[in-house]
Design a protein around this ligand. Structure first.
Ligand code: PNS
Length: 164
């Protein structure tokens, strides 16, 4: 069984992430969407909400699992008995940090391979940060995030939560 881990913050999940997960399921038997528990950052979506969103978007898909992790990514990957890390590459600007992370992870755990996947062209410019910014300023994000994310963003705005 070929198991891959797709790590990230997913605050929130975008259609770019969904596209990478879909592509990943064609290459691997199972993809674990691993959400980083980052105590330093103050995320817009709580961990429970982010888990909920992935579960909702991929319900009925036993080959997509959602989990959380903290500490070193390679330790988590080893604990899950996986040997592949999936990361999305959008533009050249992603390359430098991704390259550094991939090589650092390889140094830490030489048997774990990082696989980069390109999302569909229409998602190459989307990021969670930009989605939050555009939405908070009244811009339309339909088609760029799953419907459940759009709904939850609107709910937060109605509840006067500062979105961005
Ligand atoms: O969605 P993001 O914020 O780009 O994801 C970054 C993530 C979670 C993949 C990265 O920050 C990470 O792996 N953090 C865990 C800590 C770790 O292992 N650091 C060393 C990696 S070189």
């Amino acid at each position: 069984m070929k198991l891959a881990v797709y790590p990230g913050s997913f605050d929130p999940l975008t259609n770019g992430h969904v596209d990478i997960i879909e592509r990943g399921t064609r290459l691997f038997d199972k993809i674990i969407v691993a959400i980083l528990v980052n105590v330093e950052k103050s995320p817009l979506f709580s961990m429970e909400e982010r888990i909920d969103i992935v579960r909702e978007v991929f319900k009925g898909r036993p080959n997509v699992e959602v989990d959380t992790f903290d500490g070193l990514l390679v330790d988590y990957v080893a604990r899950r008995k996986a040997d592949v890390i999936v990361r999305g590459l959008r533009a050249l600007s992603d390359f430098e940090t991704e390259f550094q992370m991939a090589l650092m992870n390889r140094r830490l755990s030489p048997h774990i391979e990082t696989v980069f996947m390109m999302p569909a062209e229409q998602y190459t410019y989307i990021s969670s940060r930009l989605i939050k910014e555009v939405f908070s300023l009244g811009g339309q994000v339909r088609g760029l995030v799953p419907a459940i994310v759009e709904r939850r963003l609107s709910e937060k705005q109605k509840g006067n939560v500062h979105v961005s």
